[in-house]
Design a protein around this ligand. Structure first.
Ligand code: FAD
Length: 402
């Protein structure tokens, strides 16, 4: 008799795990509450399916918070391993100018998902869709599911929980499992947004009128780091890859101080002295037109400068140059969880051992965004899910079955 593995949740981590588990050794079933699998993967693929990042592994590991939680596994199952795995699945990849890794065009996200599902079918893994996990029986030996017309108890030898975080609930990642885990005595932390909009009060300015306008070739700085990239002004703040990368710093500051201050550098390519030099030589005429032309600033950039300066600062080249490189952005909250690209919170890392096994429920494992870790966008989230799924599949494949 083969040992039975129940996979709960059918998103990215589940699919990476399932495609690599040895079905000669295990009987595997996936339980997914939606009618189809991998809905968030399809959403993630909208506008460019950024599967991983090509940075060298010593830099890759540093993107994960806390850094030590995944580093040994990332070194084993890194971004090259992931790209090789994808190639074997007939998904060749290429490295974009941002060093991010994408499927070679015209491969669509649905084709990536279908290749994963094809392997799962070939491996005789059963898919039980429209099965919502609702908890355990009294002694935690059976899983309870609600189906369209029924309730079910499912026995298992090993359970792998892959129910995701709490953003984009329409994809199925609704975080309803958190209460059930907490009631079972498993330490969990509340969900919070990550890689999300940062809320800034624009009410005393016209900046909100520029909602949707990008700020390109800028940098944002927290007390911990500086990130170059792009931002987009929103009605209520800012979003975009550059500021997403500061999510952890901003969240920590908000949780501690109730507010977070980051600085926007509108001209990261030139020094303060160079800006002063460019602004020198103004005789008379229109100062704003001179600043705009000399520094090639957009209307929204000028509005941000005006909002943060008085007349003296605005007309003094030295003070203005300092401001242009350090526009304060006072963030009062993170944007809504449901709109975030990812969430932190969920199962506390101390609730699992080094093999992602729940300390208090042997043979029950948790991987993916259910666990309380963080990483920026840029492919690091899916790489994290891949590394966890691959590690666990190989751990099972090499393990003596209970
Ligand atoms: C807009 C957007 C863009 C993104 N872009 C990228 C990107 O370009 N690159 C990148 O690396 N990452 C990206 N991500 C993040 C990435 O998609 C997630 O980190 C990843 O999908 C998480 O995988 P997971 O397996 O943990 O959970 P999910 O993929 O969220 O899957 C969880 C599954 O569990 C199921 N489930 C939940 N509760 C139950 C239950 N009670 N019973 C049964 N089933 C249940 C859900 O229906 C869902 O199918 C993006 C995310 C979003 C929202």
């Amino acid at each position: 008799m083969k040992a039975k593995i129940a996979i709960i949740g059918g998103g990215a981590s589940a699919l990476f795990f399932a495609t690599q588990i040895d079905t000669q050794k295990f009987e595997v079933q996936i339980f997914e509450q939606k009618k189809t699998l991998g809905r968030k993967l399809l959403v993630a693929g909208n506008g460019g399916f950024n599967l991983t990042h090509s940075s060298p592994v010593n830099q890759l590991v540093k993107k994960y918070i806390p850094v030590e939680f995944l580093s040994d596994k990332l070194e084993q199952y890194d971004n090259l391993f992931f790209q090789h795995y994808l190639k074997e699945l007939h998904i060749p990849t290429f490295i974009g100018s941002s060093k991010r890794v994408f499927p070679v065009p015209p491969i669509k996200p649905i084709e990536v998902l279908n290749e994963l599902l094809k392997v799962i079918k070939e491996k005789d893994i059963t898919i039980a869709s429209a099965h919502k996990w609702q908890g355990w029986n009294a002694d935690y030996t059976k899983l309870l599911f609600k189906t369209e017309n029924d309730q079910k108890e499912v026995a298992f030898d090993m359970a792998v929980f892959c129910m995701g975080g709490n953003s984009w609930q329409k994809t199925g990642s609704n975080g309803h499992w958190l209460n059930i885990f907490q009631k079972a005595g498993i330490t969990c932390h509340p969900f919070q947004s990550s890689n999300c909009e940062m809320l800034i009060d624009w009410s005393h300015s016209n900046i909100g009128l520029f909602a949707g306008t990008p700020l390109k070739n800028i940098a944002v700085k927290s007390s911990q780091q500086q990130v170059k990239g792009e931002l987009v002004v929103t009605k209520n703040g800012m979003e975009g890859n550059a500021i997403y990368a500061l999510s952890n710093d901003v969240r920590t500051s908000l949780n501690t101080n109730g507010t977070a201050l980051v600085y926007l550098d509108l001209k990261p390519g030139i020094t303060i002295d160079k800006i002063i030099e460019k602004l020198a030589g103004f005789k008379n005429g229109n100062w704003t037109a001179h600043v705009k032309q000399q520094l090639k600033l957009t209307k929204v950039a000028l509005e941000l400068i005006r909002f943060n300066s008085d007349k003296f600062t605005y007309t003094d080249p030295d003070q203005l140059a300092h401001l242009i490189k350090n526009i304060p952005l006072k963030i009062y909250a993170l944007g809504p969880i449901d709109a975030a690209i990812s969430t932190v919170g969920g199962v506390a890392l101390q609730s699992v051992n080094a093999h992602f096994e729940l300390q208090q429920l042997p043979n029950q494992f948790v991987i993916g965004e259910m666990l309380d870790w963080d990483a920026p966008t840029g492919g690091y989230l899916l790489q994290g899910c891949f590394t966890m799924g691959t590690y666990l599949a190989n751990y099972f494949n090499n393990k003596t079955v209970p």
